[in-house]
Design a protein around this ligand. Sequence first.
Ligand SMILES: [Zn+2]
Ligand SMILES: [Zn+2]
Ligand SMILES: [Zn+2]
Ligand SMILES: [Zn+2]
Length: 245
Amino acid sequence: MNPGLERWTALSGLLLLLASAQFFCCLGGAAPALPASLLLGAGVTWLIFRAFAPVTLWAVPLAITFTDLAAILIAELGLRPSFALWFCPLLAGGTSLATLVLLRRNQAKCTLCHRHLSRQAVVFRCPRCQNEVCDETCWSFEHRRCQLCLEQRVPVLPISDTWWQKVTGPRMMHGRCQLCLAAPETADLRACPRCRRAQCRSCWDFNNGECARCGETLPELPASLTIAMAKVASAYTTGSTPSRI
Ligand SMILES: [Zn+2]
Ligand SMILES: [Zn+2]
Ligand SMILES: [Zn+2]
Ligand SMILES: [Zn+2]
């Protein structure tokens, strides 16, 4: 079934459930109908939020208020009229709004754009700043970091010379960086462990520790980087995007 149609069918089903339950509670008069509207407002909002989040703040309480109003109208016309029953839609709508505000407050948000993230949302943990960001606008698949780290050129590789000495050997005093063409006098050039071509430390970092020529990855990369890269790579090969990285 078309996903859009599926959503509307499920939503209509939930609202129909609300109207039917409210109507049956009205058979017993205002005493059961009023508390029922509170419970139904909160319960149906919770179900809608679980199934359809993120949802617009005003849309759900409004839909619940009008659905409940329809049930009350039918009850008022078909059963013994009661003035107290007219409060049911207000109670259902009010509880729905309060429930939604509470649920949204606890809902995960993208650290950068503050977009509310649904349970099914694709979230990436940036290996550089450790922030969890959405895939829609804040994650760069190409560079495997968040947009902020990309703009600010936040480094991920250790700055300790001991680490560089261990993984690439000593600084190169000849040649040029194969990416930015920097000379050894102005940049710290390090040889690729496999093809021995020179790449400056800044380009090694920007390239996530990969050689631009042969694709070799430096050993002993930070765990956050290897985890993110492995999961993004598995998402590309399986064709499914991981839900949380
Ligand atoms: Zn975002
Ligand atoms: Zn970042
Ligand atoms: Zn370079
Ligand atoms: Zn190489």
